[in-house]
Design a protein around this ligand. Structure first.
Ligand SMILES: NC(=O)c1ccc[n+]([C@@H]2O[C@H](COP(=O)([O-])OP(=O)(O)OC[C@H]3O[C@@H](n4cnc5c(N)ncnc54)[C@H](OP(=O)(O)O)[C@@H]3O)[C@@H](O)[C@H]2O)c1
Length: 227
């Protein structure tokens, strides 16, 4: 039984992706994981990640893991506008949610993926995590934690290829999407899309990925983004 797993299925993009995958007959089911799921998965708790991964693997063959979690701001922390706003607690939280948590998902899910046939591990990153594309500065914690995520994806892709030669492990930029994460920063003139449209585009990109593209960083049109 082929399954898709969406981590962060309670978020704007994650929910839309899970709903769309539920209508995809290639998957017998979609496992929606997050802090409020059963079992619960909290990126700040490795035991919860390990337990959720073990549970998921017992449900069937996991053919797709889509990581749709992420942190940009909350009641405590806003994206930095300059060096004077750097706060170690903010930076640590961004790295915990955006880089270390997804790395632990890779640690616990990848060994449980089938060893034959197409498997995809896709993590939502962000174009602002591209070092080469950084023209404006600011948002230090978010940018740096997404750059770290991209490196972790690339590193995992190499190891996952040894586990399954048909595997694909990628970082994806969803475009600017109307969710709680982006809402405070939506400006006139930005191409902000509804989560349902973004989900449809992301799943087309995932469908079209070839194994030779593993380890890459792609946008919502499937175009490679520079590191
Ligand atoms: N929206 C955009 O314009 C945009 C642009 C570029 C990249 N992205 C990326 O796309 C991804 C999805 O973002 P979104 O816009 O859908 O944001 P969102 O609606 O705020 O969803 C974020 C998700 O992350 C989950 N999460 C946060 N901390 C967690 C933790 N400790 N453990 C488990 N889950 C946790 C949230 O879980 P709860 O439901 O439990 O809070 C929620 O499901 C993120 O990686 C983001 O960086 C978004």
């Amino acid at each position: 039984m082929s399954l898709a797993v969406v981590v962060g299925a309670g978020g704007g993009i994650g929910r839309a992706c899970a709903d769309r995958l539920a209508d995809d007959t290639r998957f017998a089911g979609v496992l929606r994981l997050g802090r409020r799921s059963v079992p619960p998965l909290d990126l700040l708790s490795e035991p919860s990640i390990a337990a959720a991964a073990a549970w998921a693997a017992e449900q069937g063959d996991i053919r797709l893991v889509l990581v749709a979690t992420g942190f940009l701001h909350d009641a405590r922390f806003r994206p930095e506008r300059g060096l004077r706003e750097l706060d170690p607690a903010h930076m640590a939280h961004a790295f915990a949610v955006n880089a270390i948590g997804p790395a632990l998902l890779m640690k616990h899910f990848c060994p449980r993926l089938p060893r034959r046939g197409r498997v995809v591990f896709a993590a939502l990153s962000a174009r602002v995590g591209s070092i080469g594309d950084n023209q404006r500065g600011g948002w230090h914690s978010y940018r740096a934690s997404k750059a770290a995520l991209n490196q972790l994806v690339r590193t995992t892709a190499i190891e996952l290829r040894r586990h399954n030669p048909d595997s694909i492990c990628v970082a994806l930029h969803p475009g600017t999407v109307d969710t709680a994460l982006s809402a405070p920063f939506e400006k006139a003139g930005l191409d902000v899309r509804p989560p349902e449209v973004a989900a449809a585009d992301l799943l087309v990109v995932i469908d079209r990925l070839e194994t030779a593209q593993t380890g890459g960083f792609f946008d919502q049109r499937g175009e490679a983004i520079e590191w």
